[in-house]
Design a protein around this ligand. Sequence first.
Ligand code: RAT
Ligand code: ZN
Length: 434
Amino acid sequence: MVSLTENLVAPAEQLTDASDLKQYVQLVVSTAPVIDVHTHLFPPEFDGLFLHGIDDLLNYHYLVAEFFRSTKLSHAAFWKLTKNQRADLVWQSMFVDNTPLSEAACGIVCILEAFGLDTRARNLTEARAFFSSQELHEHFDRVMELASVSDVVMTNDPLNEREINLWNRGKQLDPRFHASLRLDRLVNEWPESMFIPALRGFDLDSKLGHRAITGLRRFLDECIARLEPLYMGLSLPPEFMFPADDFRDRLLREVVMPTAREHSLPLAVMVGVRRGVNPALRTAGDGVGRADITSLERMCADNPEVRLLVTVLSRENQHELCVSARKFNNLMPFGCWWFVNNPSIVAEITRERLEMLGPSFIPQHSDACVLEHLISKWSQSRKVIAKALSERYEQLLQAGRSVTSAEIRRDVNRLFSENFREWVGLSATDGERN
Ligand code: RAT
Ligand code: ZN
């Protein structure tokens, strides 16, 4: 990982030439270590959950959704195939019979290229041989290095028995991995969620009586003690309202927010996903809807001592979110999520955030599901962020203020790491929470 302190330009040197400035910003942004604040990755020791290699990459739901636009195969027939058979089909259709023009497809090309593999291969023989010959831990280190990712935040579902069993094995976690406690099922699916085995023994009742609330608080306390998450997380549908007369509202007010306050744990809210729009697509079947940002504002106003990390899925909500962040300094916008993680939209969102919030936001997360996504997603994001940032510095220059190389590095460090570290209380030296 190239250090940002590397003395390529003297720290106090003012960059007064627009093309030097652009080049320097590009260099700094392309190499700066980044904390990936929201992923679906697991460390290699989480057997079965650690996804990597060409077959997992080609089974990524972003690609699967697109594959069905160019095939006559039925969904049912596709899901009957093995993972490798599905990967073969996706490759043939999207990379051999068609040009991989989409962002998700182009990402695969970027990954193959990073490892010197044939991006025009007729089949997956070479790629499979390469990935299966890699020692997992070495490969993991290499990917982190190539992507210049210093830390990865996982998405950990405390109701997922398989995952909890892995945590219970008590293995030492790679210090670059951090947990986040995902509360979707608990909060969005009550009262059905009370029957999930992980919640047995917590004295629950469907109406959420006093004992149930105490039981759920105890459950979260225990999860926090075991996983030491950096934040709690929740995705929400576009129709989410706050306040509301429903179980979700009570769970938020009586369980989640008090837990956030007691443990000084931020809450990440990800708003605008319509789950299961086309169930036949399985994990690829979710859609998007425009959310009510005033509900988020009311959450911020009612809980001034809770730090919220917020991302919204609809392009139409992005500008409103910037305005809300200007009103509530307990709201930290983060990332360009899922359907808005496309260069054209990332460029637009990053520009408006820089214009409206300066360096006080978290520009991107990868949402990587498969290890090597870190390479493709960060490579693309860095290009777009560098461009947006250069434009701001150029504006400054034209307005009459040059910047120094040290200032550029400071800004990038803040955007890529420090804003998150400060928000969640993660120290830079030892990976420990403050
Ligand atoms: O972007 C994605 O991978 C989605 O499928 C979701 O996982 C989403 O990011 C989420 O965290 O709910
Ligand atoms: Zn996600």
